[in-house]
Design a protein around this ligand. Structure first.
Ligand SMILES: NC(=O)c1ccc[n+]([C@@H]2O[C@H](COP(=O)([O-])OP(=O)(O)OC[C@H]3O[C@@H](n4cnc5c(N)ncnc54)[C@H](OP(=O)(O)O)[C@@H]3O)[C@@H](O)[C@H]2O)c1
Length: 320
């Protein structure tokens, strides 16, 4: 089968299309014929091998053999299953998250039956479904799991035009919050159309200096800091950054201190989230924003584009 492989860390050119062995499902595994995957900013960081601590998982000097094909999000159809598998059968249309095993940037991928995998929303194409998996489930993990957003909460989403951000605006509205989206000039109409009550153009206004207070500041793109945002939080407000080692330390510190707090973490187990999101999508409650589409052999171009840091919503790769 064809797979996009990288054997060393570096610029997008390290990705090459190669012929590799088609995987065979183990007893508890599902073999998926990949129809679509995506390129996320997290995967660009993995490909670069930066930050360095990421190499503890991926491989110190070069990517480990079993992690040489990227691809976190997948949509496709089940081709065959191992003999112990009960949840899925041949022909099922699915979408899911490969997690630390990666591998969706290829014609086939095997995932354990227990992996984050669910029936694909019936009203989405494979490309749209792949674009839902990580961004929407991460937004849900933070807004519902970490901040418990409820009706009446004032939520600010920084990076409202990105993958996590476009879903965060919609999910915060779904939970009944009053939502402010922060994005650049060219995306203000889009963010408003996703349901934001107020939109702040970050090129014209610094949201940390406008005197407003929010119950939740969700920085999906990690362009702010707790220190800068503290004054924008209500007394028991919550600051949600999606990454940053320092933020983990701040999470422990602010938990002990009480009052305004930092909450962060990694959304890895996504099964429940995928089922929740699927229902929401099928009832028209969540839109998918796709910026660009590429073919498998154009994955390096997709990485080049995503790496610029200005994609709107999601970038997907059609496979086959
Ligand atoms: N914790 C977890 O489980 C988890 C899971 C997935 C990802 N992540 C992390 O989440 C981050 C990426 O999120 P993502 O994929 O949603 O991002 P993304 O889609 O790559 O973000 C791109 C968007 O960010 C906007 N942006 C750039 N600078 C901005 C600024 N200063 N203020 C406001 N918006 C700005 C850009 O708009 P303009 O073009 O107008 O600049 C663009 O639309 C990464 O750090 C990744 O590691 C964490």
């Amino acid at each position: 089968m064809k797979a996009m492989v990288f054997t060393r860390y570096g610029a997008p050119d390290v990705l090459t299309l190669q012929e590799v062995a088609k995987p065979a499902p183990g007893d508890d595994e599902v073999l998926i014929r990949v129809r679509a995957t995506s390129v996320t900013s997290a995967e660009c960081a993995m490909r670069r091998g930066r930050p360095l601590w990421g190499r503890v998982v991926l491989g110190l000097g070069r990517p480990r053999k079993r992690m040489r094909t990227l691809g976190l999000e997948v949509a496709g159809e089940v081709e065959s299953v191992g003999r112990n598998v009960r949840r899925f059968g041949g022909g099922d249309q699915v979408f899911g998250f490969t997690g630390f095993t990666l591998g969706a940037c290829a014609e086939y991928v095997c995932l354990p039956e227990k992996a984050s995998l669910a029936p694909k929303p019936a009203n989405l194409s494979h490309e749209e479904a792949a674009a839902v998996v990580d961004g929407a489930s991460t937004a849900l993990f933070f807004l519902n799991g970490k901040a418990n957003v409820r009706p009446g909460h004032r939520v600010l989403v920084n990076g409202a035009s990105g993958s996590i951000g476009t879903y965060a605006v919609q999910l915060a509205k779904h939970f009944g919050a009053e939502v402010t989206g922060v994005c650049g000039t060219r995306n203000t109409d889009l963010v408003r159309s996703l349901g934001a009550d107020k939109v702040i153009d970050y090129t014209k206004e610094d949201f940390t200096r406008n005197g407003e207070r929010y119950d939740v500041v969700f920085d999906t793109v990690n362009k702010s800091s707790f220190l800068r945002c503290k004054g924008s939080l209500t007394r028991n407000g919550c600051y949600l950054p999606t990454s940053g080692l320092m933020n983990n330390a701040l999470m422990l510190w602010t938990r002990m201190a009480g009052g305004r707090r930092v909450s962060t973490g990694m959304s890895v187990e996504k099964n429940e989230a995928l089922i929740f999101l699927s229902e929401l999508i099928e009832t028209g409650g969540l839109k998918v924003v796709i910026d660009r589409r590429y073919r498998l052999e154009q994955a390096a171009d997709a990485h080049r584009y995503v790496e610029e840091g200005h994609k709107t919503g999601n970038v997907v790769i059609a496979v086959g």
